[in-house]
Design a protein around this ligand. Sequence first.
Ligand SMILES: Nc1ncnc2c1ncn2[C@@H]1O[C@H](COP(=O)(O)OP(=O)(O)OP(=O)(O)O)[C@@H](O)[C@H]1O
Length: 565
Amino acid sequence: MSQSIEWSPLPLPSGSEHEQAVRQSLSNTAPRWVTLAWLYADAKVQAATLPSIIDNHDVLAQAKTGTGKTLAFLVPSIQRLLDSPAPPQSLTSILVLSPTRELALQIGVAAEGLLKASNYGVRCVVGGTNIETDKRQLKTQRADVLVATPGRLVDLLENGGLKPRLSQLRTLVLDEADRLLDAGFRKELLKILEALPDRQAVRRQTLLFSATIPTEVHTIASVALSKDHHFISTLKEEDVNVHEHVIQEVAVVAMADMLPASLEVLRREEEQAPARGGFKVMVFLPTARAAALYHDVFAALPTRYPVWEIHSRMSQSKRNKSTEEFRQAPTGVLFSSDVTARGIDVQGVTAVVQVGLPSSAEQYVHRLGRTARAGNKGHGVLVLAEFETMFLNDKTMRTFPLQTYPAISPGAVSSSRALVDQALGTVPDEAKAQAYQAWLGYYNSNLRALKWSQADLVRHANDYARDSLRYRSGEPWQAPGLLAKTVGKMGLKGVPGLHIVKDVQGGGQRAPRGGQGVPQPDLVEGGMGGHKMNGARGGFGGQRGGRARGGFRGVPRGRGGPRTN
Ligand SMILES: Nc1ncnc2c1ncn2[C@@H]1O[C@H](COP(=O)(O)OP(=O)(O)OP(=O)(O)O)[C@@H](O)[C@H]1O
């Protein structure tokens, strides 16, 4: 381990001038200087983990969202790289894994900033991009720091000749570690760990970071961490892992009023912009199709603000464009599935609105964490349908200071409704049918928590299509058509109320990537050309999906109950 990092434990005052200096140092100066500057800033997780990381311990670290975990693992690992003899071009020293592509790209940019003044190289390999380019560049360019999503990394290990490049790996980082260790990624994680050299032989250090570390992750983490690893949490025992200064409100509305209520919530956020420091909002929906539909509806509404969408049904280049434009925009709304729920650091997000049942309390925490980052203010609104309020009884959710959202009057709902209905008129039936199918899939995996029968599910889904989406099919009203194959895969064969068709309208209801036929929450990384349901837990508080295979030796595959911290 490098002995050359000079640092002082003296608590120096932090403030905006200082913060500016730190920020500048990140892009302009040598990493050693960054290390010094960074220690004096008000980023507890960095100060708390640095001594253990410098001492070459494996670390499992937990700290609230937006408190600087990325630099907490990047700066010491990069410092260590710089203080060691330069490795040959063909070797990677630091491997960072991220569950989502956007987060991987963001970490890559941060690493590049730290290595700007050096000859070392950073490469990002993520799903949805040309793997041949990755292979070529990994052969010819430096990749001292490699940031990857698990699926693409496994592809490169199995078919891209990547293994020798990792033969001297010094640091392995699992960002959003609880997600990476979750059932949805287990198979890939195991393959990656097996492909890495023996940790003792290369004295490899492993660093696991997340804002949420459910109890069982401590057990599962042992596959990656040494026995004497340090667990470091900046959360006090009685602490909850959301920021106290973020006002969190819950609006409960009739399912048919979710879209109008969302419009009203955004109208109020816009109205409150001067007090909230602006109007830049992320709206999270449970599925990719719902995010797309909300985006299309809001794009057709006579609102003043620009809107973007991001979810796994878009090409990676479109996802990148949305992320970039939203990052740069002073104001606007991004409709997102859970692909941006974790880690994404966009400056100036004034509010996070979560519409519909979040897949877990952890996911609620991560989504909320897109606002109020780095000590800034923020506001969170959770919009639930009446039947989704059981989510508030979750053990973890009950520890949060949730407030009731100021009532949305029937008058406000009906004027929003009229606007929304007009906008819905411009949305193709195909998009509504896709949102309906995705809705069925998502709530189907939450039946136990909802205390619904399959017939209840279909009844509610049809209400959603008819009353929320204004899906018009003629007289008598019929639900959007579903292929018998899709219905079979959802386990809904014979459930009354479904409309089985031979061919779906416009060929739009293809089975999702990966051919599963069953829409799932959009917690997708999407590598390996397949649709990975990252949270293959089978839904909040409910049944576990049967899709997650594998499992670490001696580690239970899952939990029966809700995900709590
Ligand atoms: N020492 C520091 N001084 C000033 N700003 C910092 C410092 N460390 C990090 N930041 C800034 O704080 C913001 C949040 O950091 P980061 O994205 O690493 O948070 P995080 O803890 O990883 O969040 P999440 O849990 O959402 O992944 C970033 O904009 C980052 O540049």
